[in-house]
Design a protein around this ligand. Structure first.
Ligand code: NOJ
Length: 553
């Protein structure tokens, strides 16, 4: 296994809108990020993944881009961006930009041209089709509910949008379009950015027959499509190679076999992918929109499969959270009685695995899900569209849907960062674009920086453990106690060392025995979320609620 800097790094994701507002308009901005670089340095991260900061009408908070070479007005100017890049680099923090090229905004110049006429130069940059008997060209359902096709009067045709109707899909079959994308990427790289996180990049190649999907599901025809590897290799050859970048492809529905192709060392595509099997756990009749439950053994099976699957070829990304997922302490931990313990335990479980860890803003202080009573307090287009579809159109009960939103809605991740216990959590002096979580009085950065036992200081320590122990980066992974529904435990092996990770995912005291071959070895405790880890009985282990321990053997 080759050693690479991006395998040894820890990435921190910033969702700029909710990070820090510097000018009182209620919206986070680039100057706000610059103000907080020292905070990130203190945490010890190496790379910032910056969610989109490009010009955008914000139908989907910046994932609908109207100009790839300009900055969103609310976030600042290109000068602000240049300053951010310079300041970050001075602090040895790299910047990975979000690359959203499956679609643009419908307000992008290309699309405005494209919709004008069938023979416009940009027509073929997007996917236009004739309807079938006054119906859309096929039955695909968009990720944000409803048909994935929008009728456009000007030419009496439909365009494809796998997300909102303000996010028309680009036509990657068109070579001119591909070259424009590559030159735009080069333009950013020439500025000195350090890599790309690629939004739904495994959606860019579509089956050109555009067949109906089962119940409208487009995944078979638009995920990991026929030319996807060709496109990524072309992009690599034209843009990425020889630049020593960090690249990660967001890939819903990716399998291990596919992931090996995307990330294999000799393949010249990407460094790693984001897979979704563990975050989709518990999806049901209404997809993610219901109160879920999960079995620990299912979670272990999924994560272990990925750990082992990319052991020899490829590389894993490790994440619990991002701007699309509910807060992990609410989802897999206990955000009430054992808030602190479970947040630390979950961090341990993930950060000691093999792969590149991603921390999503606020995760390092254990931010939790939120419950707004009124639907109007939610801003996310996915929530709004799903509510219309399931409640208004299909008659699901309001209360049931709200439970789903509380559990899995994306705004859980998007409430502003809780910097301190002053008004609006110190995020803004104005009115925040999305309400702050009322628990900011006791969950905030300021109090955690002052408390040596805080979740923040625990994350800091986990990052240092990774930096000081090659085994955490390069060791292999071996699940133990597979059948336990309470304990997630694994061993990492590297050269002559072993790392033993034990996490209690339950709120009970749990007694168990370690496998014979690791029972009797001398153990150095590297980290735990409880004090008084009195000498372990080599026979019987007892863990307190949500307790975790990491031993070097
Ligand atoms: C995935 C992004 O993470 C999500 O926030 C966005 O809505 C869709 N892609 C569309 O760009």
């Amino acid at each position: 296994m080759k050693k690479n800097w991006w395998k040894e790094s820890v990435v921190y994701q910033i969702y700029p809108r909710s990070f820090k507002d510097s000018n009182g308009d209620g919206i986070g901005d680039i100057r706000g990020i610059i103000e907080k670089l020292d905070y990130l340095k203190e945490l010890g991260i190496d790379v910032i993944w910056l969610s989109p900061v490009y010009k955008s009408p914000n139908d989907d908070n910046g994932y609908d881009i109207s100009d790839y070479k300009d900055i969103m007005t609310e976030f600042g100017t290109m000068n602000d961006f240049n300053d951010l890049l310079k300041s970050a680099h001075e602090k040895e923090i790299k910047i990975m930009m979000d690359l959203v090229v499956n679609h643009t905004s419908d307000e992008h110049q290309w699309f405005m041209e494209s919709r004008k006429s069938e023979n416009n130069k940009y027509r073929d940059y997007y996917i236009w089709k004739k309807g079938k008997d006054n119906e859309p060209p096929n039955n695909w359902v968009s990720c944000f509910s409803g048909s994935a096709w929008q009728y456009d009067e000007t030419t009496d045709m439909y365009y494809l949008h796998l997300f909102s109707k303000k996010q028309p899909d680009l036509n990657w079959e068109n070579e001119d379009l591909r070259n424009e994308v590559y030159s735009m990427m080069q333009w950013w790289l020439d500025k000195g950015i350090d890599g790309f996180r690629m939004d739904v990049i495994n959606f860019i190649s579509k089956d050109q027959e555009f067949p109906d999907g089962e119940n409208g599901d487009f995944s078979k025809y638009s995920m990991n499509g026929p030319r996807i590897h060709e496109f990524l290799q072309e992009m690599n050859k034209n843009v990425l190679k020889d630049r020593n970048l960090i690249t990660v492809g967001e890939m819903p529905g990716v399998s291990i076999e596919e992931a090996k192709l995307y990330t294999g060392e000799e393949r010249n595509e990407l460094n790693m992918v984001f897979q979704f099997e563990h975050t989709d756990i518990g999806n049901g009749e209404y997809g993610k929109w219901h109160k879920h439950s999960f079995k620990l053994t299912d979670l272990k099976t999924i994560l272990s499969k990925w750990q082992n699957g990319l052991d020899k070829e490829g590389w894993n990304s490790l994440y619990w959270n991002n701007h699309d997922q509910p807060r992990v302490v609410s989802r897999f931990g206990d955000d009430k009685k054992y808030w602190k313990e479970s947040a630390k335990m979950l961090a341990t479980c993930l950060h000691m695995m093999r792969g590149t860890p991603y921390i999503y803003q606020g995760e390092e202080i254990g931010m939790t899900n939120v419950k707004f009573e009124s639907l109007d307090d939610y801003k996310d287009i996915e929530i709004k569209n799903a509510y219309n579809d399931l409640v208004i159109e299909k008659g699901r009960s309001h209360n049931e849907m709200m439970e789903g939103i509380y559990d899995r809605g994306r705004d859980n991740a998007r409430t502003p960062i809780q910097w301190d216990n002053t008004d609006n959590a110190g995020f803004t002096t104005g009115k925040p674009w999305l309400k702050v979580n009322p628990n900011y009085k006791h969950i905030n950065v300021k109090s955690q920086l002052e408390d040596k036992d805080s979740i923040f200081n625990y994350y800091k320590k986990l990052i240092q453990i990774r930096k000081n122990n090659k085994i955490v980066v390069y060791g292999n992974y071996e699940l133990i106690l597979e059948d336990s529904e309470e304990i997630y435990s694994y061993v990492r092996n590297f050269e002559k060392e072993k790392l033993l990770v034990i996490c209690n995912f339950s709120q009970n005291n749990i007694n168990f025995k370690l496998p014979k071959d690791i029972q009797s070895k001398y153990k150095e405790l590297l980290i735990s979320n409880y004090d008084n880890c009195s000498e372990v009985s080599l026979e019987n282990f007892n863990l307190r609620p949500y307790e975790c321990r990491v031993y070097l053997i």
